[in-house]
Design a binder for this molecule. Sequence first.
Ligand code: SAH
Ligand code: SF4
Length: 357
Amino acid sequence: MGKTMNPWDRPAPEREGLPSAWSLFPEELAALGCPGSALETFRRLHRPWTWKDQAPVLGPVILPWLEGVADLRLPRIVERQPSSDGSTKLALELGDGKRIEAVHMPRKVRNPRVTYCLSSQVGCAMGCTFCATGSMSILRNLQPGEILGQVLTLMADLGPNRGHELTLVFMGMGEPLHNLDHLHRAIRLLCHPAGLGLGKGRITVSTAGLVSGIEKLAAMNPRPNLALSLNATTDEARSRTMPLNRVWNLARLRQALDVWGLRRGEKFTFEYVLIAGENDTEADAERLSAWLGDLRRGHNVNVIPMNEHDASPFRQPDENRVQQFSDWLKVCGCFVTVRRSRGRDVQGACGQLVKGK
Ligand code: SAH
Ligand code: SF4
């Protein structure tokens, strides 16, 4: 087998049951009997800018050894849809043929930065009625190596060349806190100094409000940023569109944020999908602000006009209402941004990452 062959091109039936090479820490590579420096092997695996022909350069001893003890396949890009705003929606195929989606979003600023919107599950079990992913229900969790593999595959193909230019948001398919152990292992690998070495502040995990997961994540190290999808301001309305609210209601959710214990430099993000005639009144803005309480200041409310899709009857409010709603929030003392979803013209915007096979 050629040294520079893409890992994902290798035949794979015998890979079943082997750990993913992309989910192993240096000490685990060593424990498996790495015939060389385990740290250097980890470095070569996790730094795509050292790769050749989109595969790590492991050498004639390490590569055959690693192929014998681990699965080297990475998610494979099978479809790409560039958008006029510079972002690209990608469909990625996993080892078992299932598909997930990720979005590559470069930002043109003085120092180049790229944000990846990543998936944590194939589908989602939470069943939010405005969300395209929610309508497909859950097929399975992503493995840590698959979560990490999304990042490496995107980097090798579309850049950036270095970890410090990267920002990651888990806002693609799935509820990340419903797959917390795998997610957190992937985060630890992403932050490993011999790998991409991402700072924890560069990673944002978005949740629909899985309180048990929020409380568990609060105590984990490294601890990423938390984004919370609020999307409604009464328990009645929220339970209707986000079934999870029947388990942990708005009051309980707010309590979980107090328990989080914000540290210096940490901020929450609040996402609010604005849906015409559903959650877009002045009273909603006032209730949202009241619910935030002392979190009004310093934490951003991201108003996201609903992206319409076939699986939901909900509609996007008109532009005036979007503006008016954010003005109402501002009058109440909130920090507001309106998120013009990127990749919208290719159905790559949030909540539209539906696929499945
Ligand atoms: N499950 C997590 C992360 C994935 S969803 C969560 O719910 O937070 C990412 C974001 O997309 C969430 O803020 C969600 O509210 C939003 N979203 C879902 N469907 C949408 C739609 N149709 N239009 C706009 N945003 C949507
Ligand atoms: Fe799942 Fe998030 Fe979609 Fe709700 S909004 S169904 S939690 S992906």
